[in-house]
Design a protein around this ligand. Structure first.
Ligand SMILES: NC(=O)c1ccc[n+]([C@@H]2O[C@H](COP(=O)([O-])OP(=O)(O)OC[C@H]3O[C@@H](n4cnc5c(N)ncnc54)[C@H](OP(=O)(O)O)[C@@H]3O)[C@@H](O)[C@H]2O)c1
Length: 308
């Protein structure tokens, strides 16, 4: 059985090399792991592939791989590995990002809640102002709304609850309820306008799909409580960049922590770079030195299930 592995990335923490597979090669002697050096070599080998383990897979490649039985990818989002148009080959996405993204989100919320944005700006101007962050409140007095309360959103909810916040998560499928294990309240996406009015921090963790493109509008941003902050760790396509710029210029939102953008990399000419109350992350909220170890550990379980 042949598994084609192509997990190269320009981002060091996401570059999962052959060395990560030593344990799997011993664990699964029936599987021959092959590491094509280039994209061309990878696509040339597709006719022999039983399994693919990759950051990327194009819809048209399924036709070149008649023996393909499954595709495994570290990515949680469905952007880089396209679905099989025939529906024959299942795709398994990484499901280990929750703890990584939760810490990034918690850091951003603490940053804005402590008004480090204002204090950093004062520092750059050599201003000693002990009133700059004096109106800060505790996380236990803060309410967070997570829009896209899926696998990652629910982990973020659990982390924020343990930090003292109250949390509501919006999903499409579930109506009102409370997650008994964490105390996170959940509601349907249709309640978004009234939920936006209650939150001190609004977190977007939505996927990139035709339905979610620009799903968050200026009207939604206008519903946000005065002084509330916005975070986008899901996908940039869910809110138009010009609407974010508008909301910041009009002070409709107090600030934003942004990891994902409509155009990536973010253009050097984007206005978003220059707001003192915006933190720009280069799509690295899941970055972690042992990212490859987490992926391979999850893959081991999935390969055991596949062979069983
Ligand atoms: N920034 C990064 O580095 C990074 C890393 C990993 C993932 N991500 C992004 O995070 C996203 C979420 O990942 P996940 O693993 O948590 O996915 P997930 O478990 O599928 O959760 C997605 C959530 O979005 C909701 N949703 C989907 N389509 C919607 C729509 N049209 N309207 C309203 N709600 C909708 C889903 O509601 P239902 O459950 O009701 O369907 C669910 O609550 C990924 O798709 C990816 O794009 C980003």
């Amino acid at each position: 059985m042949t598994a084609l592995v192509r997990l190269k990335s320009d981002t060091n923490s996401l570059d999962i090399g052959q060395d990560h597979f030593t344990g799997l090669e011993k664990e699964f002697p029936r599987i021959r792991f092959v590491f094509p050096g280039s994209r061309k070599e990878f696509t040339d080998l597709l006719p022999e592939a039983d399994l693919v383990i990759s950051w990327e897979f194009k819809a048209e490649w399924y036709g070149k791989a008649p023996g393909l039985k499954a595709v495994y990818t570290p990515a949680a989002g469905a952007d880089w590995v396209e679905q099989d148009p025939s529906g024959r080959v299942p795709v398994f996405h990484g499901a280990f990002h929750g703890p990584l993204m939760s810490e990034t989100l918690l850091g951003l919320i603490l940053y804005f809640n402590s008004r480090y944005d204002i204090l950093k700006e004062n520092q750059s101007q050599h201003v000693w102002d002990r009133n700059a962050a004096g109106d800060k409140s505790l996380l236990s007095e803060q309410h967070v709304l997570i829009i896209g309360y899926g696998r990652i959103g629910s982990h973020c909810g659990k982390t924020l609850r343990s930090a003292g916040c109250s949390v509501t998560g919006l999903q499409r499928k579930n109506k009102d309820g409370v997650d008994q294990s964490t105390g996170v309240r959940y509601a349907a996406f249709s309640a978004i306008n009234e939920e936006l009015q209650k939150a001190d921090h609004v977190v977007l963790l939505l996927p990139n799909t035709p339905e979610t493109r620009h799903i968050i509008t200026r009207d939604h941003l206008s519903c946000m409580k005065s002084g509330a902050f916005l975070y986008n760790l899901g996908r940039g396509s869910t809110v138009a960049e010009e609407d974010l710029v508008w909301a910041l210029e009009q002070k409709v939102i107090a600030g934003a922590g942004l990891d994902v953008f409509e155009q990536e990399p973010l253009s050097p000419s984007s206005k978003l770079w220059d707001f003192p109350n915006v933190v720009i992350l280069p799509h690295i909220s899941a970055g972690y030195r042992a990212y490859g170890v987490l992926f391979v550990s999850e893959l081991k379980t999935r390969l055991q299930q596949f062979l069983a």
